[in-house]
Ligand binder design. Structure first.
Ligand code: ADP
Length: 326
C-alpha cells in the first residue's frame, strides 16, 4: 500500500531569531527522511499572500544550521489581520497542495496561525521563535539563549572600560515588556542593578546602591535596563541621575546586535528537536499544536494555550540578583 505523500509548508513570521534556520533545516530533513515534501514560504504571511513558494531539498537547507536570522526571511504583514487575507492564504496553500503549515514566530504569528486554522480549517503547527522568551505555554523560545549570550558578551566588554575608568554604565537590553533577557543578563554579568520593564525607576535607590558599592571598593557599576515598550528609557534615567544627583552615567543601548549571530548550542539543539517534532506531529495527523519546552522536556502544547504573551517576572531571579549584588 502506498502511503500518502504530504506536502508541508513552512514560514517564519514577526521578528527574526537565531535558530530559525536550524528549525527549518530540521523540519525539512525530517519531512524528506519520511518521504514527504517541504515547501518554504518566503517573508512570512506576506509571501504566503504573494505566492512566494520554494521547494526545499536536502541541499537547500544545507549549511544554514549555524547561521543566525532566517534564509526564508520574515516580515510583519498587516493584511493578515483581515479575514479575507487569511481566506486568500488558505486558497494559496491549497493551490500548492500544502496540507499543513508550520509557523515559526512569536505570539502575534501564532494568533494569525490560530485564526487561519479555525476559519479555514488549515492544519497548523507552531514553533516558538523569538528572543524575548515571552510566549505562554513554554518556558523557552528559540533564539533566547543566543540573545542572552550576545548581551552577556557585550556587557563583559563594557565592564572592562567601566572598571578602568571607574564609571557607571546603563546598558539597555531588548525584550520589550519581557523581563527575561534583562534578568538573566543582569545575573550573569554581576550587574549592580536590574531595572525591569514596568518598574518605577527610583534614582535615589540606584545612587545609594552605587555609593554603597564604591564605599566597599567597587570600581564600576553596571545597571541593566530592560527596554520596555519603547527603547531609549536609559537616557531619561541618565538625565535624572545627572540633574538630581550629579552622577554621570554612560548609556549603551545594545539593540539588534543581541538578535544576530551564530546560535548557541542550546538554541541549535532545541531547534533540531522542535523542527523534528513539528513534522512528526503533522505526519501523525496532529494539528493546532505548538512545540514547547517545559521542565527540561520538549513536547506539544495546544496552540490556544500559547496565544498570549507572558510578562511574568522570575521572582527567584529577582531575589537572587538582590542577594548577589549586595
Ligand atoms: P511575533 O510573531 O514575533 O509576536 P508580530 O506580533 O509582529 O510578531 O506578528 C507577526 C505577524 O503575525 C503580523 O505582522 C501579522 O501578520 C500576524 N498577526 C499578528 N497578530 C495577529 C492577529 N491578531 N491576527 C492575525 N494575524 C496576526
Amino acid at each position: 500500500m502506498n502511503k500518502e505523500v504530504k506536502t508541508i509548508g513552512i514560514l517564519c513570521s514577526g521578528g527574526d531569531s537565531p535558530g530559525m534556520n536550524a528549525a527549518i533545516r530540521a523540519a525539512t530533513r525530517t519531512a524528506l527522511f519520511h518521504g514527504h515534501r517541504m515547501i518554504g514560504i518566503k517573508r512570512g504571511y506576506s509571501g504566503l499572500l504573494n505566492h512566494e513558494f520554494q521547494e526545499l531539498t536536502l541541499s537547500s537547507v544545507g549549511n544554514i544550521l549555524q547561521r543566525g536570522g532566517t534564509f526564508l526571511q520574515t516580515s510583519r504583514c498587516p493584511e493578515f489581520l483581515e479575514k479575507s487575507a487569511r481566506r486568500q492564504a488558505a486558497d494559496n496553500l491549497i493551490k500548492q497542495s500544502i496540507s499543513s503549515l508550520i509557523v515559526i514566530g512569536g505570539d502575534g504569528s501564532f494568533n494569525g496561525a490560530h485564526l487561519l486554522s479555525t476559519e479555514t480549517k488549515t492544519p497548523v503547527i507552531g514553533i516558538p521563535g523569538t528572543i524575548d522568551n515571552d510566549i505562554s505555554g513554554t518556558q523557552y523560545t528559540i533564539g533566547y539563549d543566543t540573545a542572552v549570550r550576545n548581551a552577556i558578551e557585550a556587557v563583559d566588554r563594557i565592564r572592562d572600560t567601566a572598571s578602568s575608568h571607574a564609571r557607571t554604565f546603563l546598558i539597555e537590553v531588548m525584550g520589550r515588556n519581557s523581563s527575561a533577557i534583562a534578568q538573566k543578563v543582569g545575573l550573569c554579568t554581576g550587574a549592580e542593578n536590574i531595572i525591569l520593564p514596568h518598574e518605577e525607576i527610583n534614582c535615589k535607590s540606584l545612587v545609594d546602591d552605587i555609593k554603597r558599592g564604591v564605599a566597599r571598593g567597587k570600581t564600576s557599576s553596571i545597571i541593566i535596563v530592560a527596554e520596555g515598550p519603547v527603547s531609549g528609557r536609559s537616557y531619561q534615567i541618565q538625565k535624572e541621575l545627572k540633574q538630581s544627583y550629579d552622577l554621570a552615567a554612560h548609556v549603551c543601548i545594545l539593540g539588534h546586535i543581541q538578535r544576530g549571530g551564530s546560535p548557541t548550542g542550546f538554541d541549535r539543539l532545541m531547534a533540531c528537536h522542535m523542527g523534528n517534532l513539528a513534522v512528526n506531529a503533522i505526519i501523525e495527523g496532529k494539528d493546532s499544536l505548538v512545540t514547547t519546552y517545559n521542565q527540561g522536556r520538549v513536547s506539544l502544547t495546544e496552540l490556544e494555550k500559547c496565544l498570549q504573551k507572558t510578562n511574568k517576572v522570575n521572582e527567584f531571579y529577582t531575589e537572587l540578583a538582590n542577594t548577589l549584588s549586595i
